[in-house]
Ligand binder design. Structure first.
Ligand code: PMP
Length: 289
């Protein structure tokens, strides 16, 4: 099938279905409570990037909310690969989520026999829509709960932060807890000062981003020093470089924070070196095989 064309295939539990065959209960706990977890996995040149890490994190998130998924990581990977193949995705991503299932609305876990509901779809990226060379950030107080390490469906604080950033003409919110920078509303963030990268350590206050992990690997390979210590918001404005990372954006250089230009407003040398190292880790495009 041509990329992104025709009737897409979706994942519903252990089956592949068309859109008109999907039924999800109004009593789904994802709908009532955001009681579930999810992942987004990038496809480059028709190949899933860091699929094992994403699927591993999905099962970790599920376990942290005490939810047993009905099948294992291997089967999940095979299903996701099948979805990408069936939908002819070359450049795009897969979204997969698992909720605690459908049951009459009570807060505590439903009784025996209620099984998680798994859904997944693919998204093909349009041709020629080149991402912006740089992005701008708006600082927003981080009002999320204390388990930001779980990739949960509860994204209300992230939604509000991103909206505030967009209303100020910015691409992403730079979250801080009382002046201590944590991460973006849907990204991890890094500052560069005097040749050293600064980023929040992995803890319950941030999501342990898969792109962050790849960037840390690149730093190691490049001999690039990294200081995993939280940055003070007041210090970010005078950083030499700043960038954010996520599955959908890869490494995105930051040109300004709260309207204050970072460096000369263009991607700096450390960011550029990391972008080049990151690119080398991506699956080779289909055309060059
Ligand atoms: N932090 C948050 C809050 C996110 O939603 C995301 C996007 N999943 C990230 C960080 C980046 O994680 P990843 O690189 O795994 O996409």
């Amino acid at each position: 099938m041509k990329e992104g064309s025709g009737m897409s295939t979706y994942l519903l539990n252990d089956r592949f279905v068309k859109e008109d065959e999907i039924t999800v209960s109004i009593e789904d706990r994802g709908y009532y409570f955001g009681d579930g977890v999810y992942e987004v996995i990038r496809v480059y040149g028709g190949i899933l990037f860091t699929a094992d890490e994403h699927i591993g994190r999905l099962y970790e998130s599920a376990s942290k909310i005490r939810m047993d998924l009905p099948y294992g990581e291997e089967e999940m990977k095979a299903k996701i690969e099948q979805l990408v193949k069936d939908n002819g995705i070359i450049e795009g991503h897969v979204y997969v989520q698992a909720t605690r299932g459908a049951a009459p609305r009570v807060h505590q876990f439903p009784g025996e026999g209620v099984v998680p509901v798994i859904t997944g779809y693919t998204k093909a990226y349009g041709q020629g829509a080149e991402p912006a060379e740089t992005v701008s950030l708006k600082s927003v107080e981080d009002i999320r709960w204390m388990r930001c390490d779980i990739k949960s469906l509860n994204l209300l604080a992230n939604v509000l932060a991103k909206q505030e950033a967009h209303e100020h003409g910015c691409y992403e919110a730079l979250l801080h807890r009382g002046g201590t920078v944590t991460e973006g509303s849907s990204s991890n963030v890094f500052g560069v000062k005097d040749g050293v990268i600064h980023t929040h350590p992995v803890s319950n206050f941030i999501l342990n981003g898969i792109t962050r992990r790849v960037v840390m690997e690149c730093c190691e390979e490049l001999g690039q020093p990294v200081h995993e210590q939280p940055m003070a918001l007041e210090d970010v404005y005078t950083m030499d470089e700043f960038f954010m990372t996520s599955t959908t954006n890869g490494i995105a250089p930051v040109s300004a924070i709260d309207g204050r230009q970072i460096g000369d407003g263009r991607p700096g040398p450390v960011t550029k070196a990391l972008m080049a190292a990151f690119d080398k880790k991506l699956p080779a495009p289909v055309a060059s095989k």
